[in-house]
Design a binder for this molecule. Structure first.
Ligand SMILES: *Cc1c(COP(=O)(O)O)cnc(C)c1O
Length: 394
């Protein structure tokens, strides 16, 4: 309609088809599921649990997830980088936090915020002792993952130097730890070797005079398959909290809406390079999520999503910002709900489905969910301040 009177009010634009949050797409995080997973894993481990909330809690939102995990029985938090640990502190979280990627330039800042650091060499140890007050340290032994950690031949030197610094009041050795390469394979030769070497490493540290409060080794897969031999005092659990593993519940649902629908005749090419053609007279629905939002481009040709109650295949290449879905001879209304990823209860694809379509793991699917997908937290602590968990609950 042409506006003839410039002073007349302009009609408001019709509301765009959006999620309840007012965004084109959202990731709904179910804190009830997160809490249930924490309780299940803690019971399986029979020991204390560190909730690993690295990489923004595998894309779920580090601060709200940390609060829920602490409320559900976790007593520690684990992250990779110092910056991630400081984000938790800035949010007022006072539970013990370990940041395991050694960043000497941030050691001072970390220690001041009571963030525990991991040390893998006598050089790291000297750097921490030089720059900080009384840093809380976890000494890491490389038992065979060969990613980080102190090589066996340097371990005796590391633990005795740490014992000397600890007696001088310069550092506090809180933990001894290592990480498994085959966490889910208790019978692998590599696992037996790692367990043996870890036991020896602990003995060497004790002989040097260290009396650390916690020894920790297991990840989710180890808790689920080998908890008796790997649980020690604390398990470091990431994947399982987010529902990756047996008998656990995925917590995250990515939902959006159909923004456009068109009729296309059979035999027409769809999308870049026409890698796909319509095989029937059909309707194509435009879904406003693409690889920038975490829909893996590698899933092209295999993926399907849930559209208004049933599965429909993606057609054509996954684009940066959108995908096209072949909904069939019957059109769907604009605004129809689309479930891209979820627990699978309504028939929507799961992270495991996406991982198999894209040739990756569920972890990469979750951590790939982009920033334009707004996180909405339900079923636990939406926006409420959960009571702070202090160190006395350790
Ligand atoms: C990610 C990570 C964990 C958690 O492992 P999950 O398999 O996700 O449970 C534990 N420890 C370290 C060092 C990690 O990097």
């Amino acid at each position: 309609m042409i506006q003839t009177d410039p002073s007349a009010p302009v009609a408001p634009a019709p509301p765009a088809p959006t999620s309840p949050a007012g965004e084109l797409a959202e990731a709904v995080v179910d804190h009830g599921a997160l809490a249930a997973n924490v309780r299940t894993l803690r019971a399986a481990a029979g020991t204390r649990l560190m909730a690993v909330v690295k990489a923004d809690a595998f894309g779920h939102g580090a601060v709200p997830v940390a609060r829920t995990c602490l409320t559900a029985g976790a007593s520690w938090l684990g992250v990779t980088r110092v910056g991630e640990a400081l984000e938790l502190r800035r949010a007022g979280i006072t539970a013990p936090v370990l940041a395991w990627l050694f960043e000497p330039a941030r050691a001072e800042e970390a220690a001041a915020a009571h963030v525990d650091l991991s040390v893998s060499s006598p050089g790291d140890l000297a750097a921490v002792a030089r720059t900080t007050g009384r840093a809380r340290l976890h000494l890491k032994l490389d038992t065979g993952l060969h990613r980080s950690g102190c090589p066996g031949e340097d371990w005796a030197r590391l633990v005795s130097a740490a014992a000397v610094l600890e007696s001088a009041g310069r550092v506090q050795v809180v933990g001894l730890w290592s990480h498994l390469s085959h966490g889910g394979q208790p019978d692998a030769v590599a696992t037996h070797r790692q367990l043996l070497m870890f036991r020896v490493g602990i003995d060497v540290a004790r002989a040097a005079g260290l009396r650390p409060e916690i020894v920790h080794l297991a990840n989710t897969a180890a808790v689920q398959t080998n908890s008796r031999h790997t649980a020690y005092d604390l398990v470091r659990v990431g994947a399982g909290i987010y529902g990756i593993g047996d008998g656990l519940r995925p917590a995250l649902t990515v939902r959006t809406r159909v923004v456009q629908v068109r009729h296309v005749a059979a035999g027409r090419g769809v999308g870049y390079d026409h890698v796909d053609r319509t095989t029937r007279d059909t309707h194509l629905a435009l879904v406003p999520l693409g690889y920038a939002d975490g829909v893996p481009r590698a899933a092209t040709g295999r993926a399907s999503v849930w559209v208004g109650g049933r599965r429909a295949r993606l057609i054509g290449r996954v684009c940066m910002d959108q995908v096209v879905v072949d909904v069939g001879p019957e059109p769907v209304p604009i605004g129809t709900e689309v479930l891209v990823l979820g627990a699978g209860d309504r028939g929507e694809p799961t992270a495991r489905d996406w991982a198999s379509w894209a040739g990756t793991n569920e972890h990469e699917i979750y951590t790939g969910i982009g920033a334009r997908v707004v996180r909405r937290h339900v079923g636990g602590t939406p926006g409420i301040q959960v009571p702070r968990v202090g160190t006395e609950e350790r």
